[in-house]
Design a protein around this ligand. Structure first.
Ligand SMILES: Cc1ncc(COP(=O)(O)O)c(C=O)c1O
Ligand SMILES: [Zn+2]
Length: 433
């Protein structure tokens, strides 16, 4: 039987990569000067069914690209499950627990506070106790499985573990902590490229996880753009592995990210019942999160209206959406990257500092999901960012960051356009630090 996922096809240039090709993190036509490529999984539609295992990487294993990858390189079914179990218990050794489906409940207090009726309401997915304190490790765990599987069957170019190239990531937030947590779990060296003004609390967590933290001042010779990204790309050009949560640097991050959408869709079907969700509010920085949640949901056959939420301080996705509509809609967006998406010129401050990416790298799948679901981007002011965090944390007793509750700010922005019986979902994606 052919693997469920046969490979990748780039939405921009059409290039294909077979699923069994190891270490093909980017489109083959992506270069140092042209990262405008967007590989997408080529996957047959099959009804989404979980095996019931609590760890979604096991429960939904057959839908994961990395499972098809392992199958293609000759790893038998039981051994594939075993490898995931083994890696998950290594992660648990560092983080206290491994991957388990995170809570997803209707918050009666929040629903009441926002005037929803008994048939409607707000369901909150709580990622704050997930591995590394956010949803980010979901994106990276699939990449880790890929690396260990390739090593196991002798596909890795390094001859022994002590010669492993380092992992690399440019981040000073939840993604860096998730990456360092997974790396230390398998004793894989990691270099984390951070700005000079990085949050000292995050840097100290990274150091405690044995990560090599590399501060990245802007160099006189640097081209425009984030110096952390320049140093990260130099490291990757020198052989480091892009352990990144940006699809343009490592498309495989989209694979495991979908577990969150699968969990939500499954919970809705098995535990909630009744009409499906009407809307889904997701905070958007680089865009991998919203792209993965939407892709996961879509596989269940139900796509609630997606609202991609950014702040007024930095809203390149909303701009890209408008430009794409002017040019002919989401379908033509892949051939208009430069006309639609470019770095936000004047990034301001926000308490939701995890979504201030000047570019929405994964904008193409997010724009496609907005169009497919009849959704829209929302741009919220800082007062709603603050209000959402206060209200969301108080009513749910979840200790989420402002970034983590920014989707709720989008809900607040359009609450008066919604009906009291609408069912909506938000994701509190990261813990307060
Ligand atoms: C808690 C949290 N939520 C959401 C996001 C946004 O995810 P993405 O950058 O994939 O859009 C981030 C990114 O840093 C985050 O830390
Ligand atoms: Zn391409």
């Amino acid at each position: 039987m052919a693997p469920a996922i046969t490979g990748w096809k780039c939405a921009v240039c059409g290039a294909s990569v077979a699923i069994g090709e190891p270490f093909t993190w980017r489109c083959p036509n992506s270069t140092d000067t042209d990262r405008h490529h967007a590989p997408q999984l080529v996957q047959g539609i099959s009804p989404l069914r979980s095996s019931g295992e609590e760890n979604s990487f096991l429960g939904f294993r057959r839908y994961l690209a990395v499972d098809s990858f392992m199958e293609s390189i000759g790893i038998a079914d039981a051994a594939r499950a075993e490898l995931i179990v083994e890696l998950d218990s290594s992660v648990a050794g560092v983080d206290g627990h491994g991957f388990v489906a995170t809570p997803f409940e209707r918050s009666d207090e929040l629903s009441d506070a926002l005037g929803f009726g008994v048939d409607g309401g707000v369901w909150v997915k709580d990622e704050t106790n997930n591995v590394g304190g956010s949803h980010k490790a979901r994106h990276l765990f699939g990449i880790l499985v890929h690396l260990r599987a390739a090593e196991k069957v002798g596909l890795a170019p390094w001859s022994e573990m002590s010669r492993r190239p380092p992992l690399a990531i440019a981040s000073c937030g939840n993604a860096a902590i998730a990456a360092a947590t997974l790396a230390v779990a398998v004793s894989w060296p990691i270099r984390v490229f951070v700005p000079i003004a990085a949050n000292p609390a995050v840097v100290s967590v990274l150091r405690s996880l044995n990560a090599t933290v590399v501060e990245c001042p802007r160099l006189a010779s640097d081209p425009p753009g984030d110096p952390c990204v320049h140093r990260f790309r130099e490291a990757v050009a020198g052989g480091a592995i892009p352990f990144s949560v940006q699809g343009t640097e490592n498309a495989w991050c989209h694979d495991g990210g979908r577990t969150i959408g699968w969990e939500m869709a499954r919970h809705m079907e098995e535990q909630i019942g009744g009409p499906p969700f009407d809307r889904l509010f997701v905070q958007v920085g680089g865009g991998a999160f919203a792209a993965s949640v939407a892709a996961g949901f879509r596989m269940s056959g139900i796509s609630p209206r997606l609202h991609a939420v950014q702040t007024e301080s930095c809203a390149p996705l909303a701009r890209a959406w408008e430009r794409a509509l002017e040019l002919g809609g989401a379908k033509v967006a892949p051939s208009h990257w430069e006309d639609c998406m470019w770095p936000w010129e004047t990034v301001g401050a926000s308490a939701a500092d995890g979504i201030l990416d000047d570019e929405t790298y994964d904008w193409l799948p997010v724009v496609a999901a907005l169009a497919d679901s009849n959704g829209s981007p929302l741009v919220v002011g800082e007062s709603l960012v603050l209000q959402a965090n206060e209200l969301g944390c108080r009513t749910t007793a979840i200790d989420a960051s402002h970034t983590g509750t920014a989707g709720l700010a989008g809900l607040l922005a359009i609450r008066d356009q919604m009906q009291p019986d609408e069912r909506v979902a938000v994701i509190f994606s990261g813990v307060r630090r």
